[in-house]
Design a protein around this ligand. Structure first.
Ligand code: HEC
Length: 261
């Protein structure tokens, strides 16, 4: 049997440190430096790739693989480690049992429904009896933000009035998705303050969603029983563009755009 080389930091620990380092790196770069939170689900996905990649690198050579599993093997086989082994073999099943037990306790939350919150938009859609091309559609009022700030302010204010009259019942007067009707709706109205909603989207996407509402969602977004109304039936085109200005202005977010500013 070949005895593995002694290292200052054992390989198993190296692996754990690499994975931990990448994890903290993600948090540092995105949350702290860029101020852009990564959604939990996305981070989990990244980490699965990171762990898989790290294991591949660490087990690339026969020797490396043996060094990696060495400590685990020793724990199971080495007679002198009997006590540690017994302790580990009691604690690990207990932890696993506790985890399963705690996840089976009844909760009062509604069951999770997996669905695409932001489905891929269609290339074209119909509203107001016209056809719109989502790739080129722009908010006709956005230009006033730079060209005529006074006028822009007025437009945002009009958008705010439209919002209070029509949207706050569901999306909340603070745009946090907690309007008086929200508790009775599933899916719940979206929280525009959350970085996962309008901050990630283009104004044309919002126009499409607002004009065509829940019924306008593509099949892939099923199961959808969205209560989001079809606003082309109630608002003029300009009113939708104004309310979009208001959503971004109030939350202090910028719409996504193709061009970098
Ligand atoms: C009857 C409740 C209700 C009202 C009123 C309502 N919404 Fe919604 N809205 C929802 C629900 C529920 C969702 C989440 C499901 C979905 O995306 O269809 C939603 C989603 C949205 C989205 C999609 C956001 C995203 O991140 O994909 C936008 C934009 C939106 N609403 C804007 C508005 C605007 C603007 C108004 C007012 C003109 C409004 N809503 C009024 C219920 C409502």
């Amino acid at each position: 049997m070949n005895t593995p080389r002694r290292r200052i930091v054992p390989r198993l620990l190296q692996l754990v440190l690499v994975v931990l380092g990448v994890y903290l790196g993600f948090i540092l770069v995105f949350d702290v430096l860029l101020g852009q939170l990564i959604p939990k689900s996305l981070l989990t996905m990244y980490m699965v790739f990171v762990i898989a990649g790290a294991i591949m690198v660490f087990t690339f050579t026969e020797e490396g693989a043996q060094e990696l599993v060495g400590p685990i093997k020793a724990l199971v086989e080495d007679p002198s480690k009997k006590w540690v082994r017994n302790v580990v073999f009691v604690i690990v099943p207990l932890l696993a049992g506790y985890y399963v037990y705690s996840s089976m306790l009844p909760g009062f939350e509604a069951p999770v429904e997996l669905r695409t919150i932001h489905p891929a938009p269609p290339g074209k859609f119909k509203a107001y009896g016209k056809s719109y091309n989502l790739a080129t559609l722009e908010n006709p009022f956005r230009k006033f933000e730079k060209e005529d700030p006074a006028k822009f302010k007025e437009l945002v204010k009009e958008g705010g009035n439209i919002y209070i009259k029509n949207c706050q019942y569901c999306h909340g007067d603070k745009l946090d998705g907690k309007g008086p009707y929200a508790a009775g709706l599933n899916p719940t109205p979206l929280n525009f303050q959350d970085v996962g909603t309008i901050a990630q989207l283009q104004e044309s996407f919002l126009f499409w969603r607002i004009a065509t509402g829940g019924p306008g969602l593509p099949g892939e977004a099923a199961p959808w029983i969205s209560s989001m109304p079809v606003w082309q039936d109630f608002l003029a085109e300009d009113e939708i563009w104004k309310v979009i200005l208001f959503l971004y202005n109030y939350t202090g977010r910028q719409p996504r755009s193709w061009a970098h500013e």
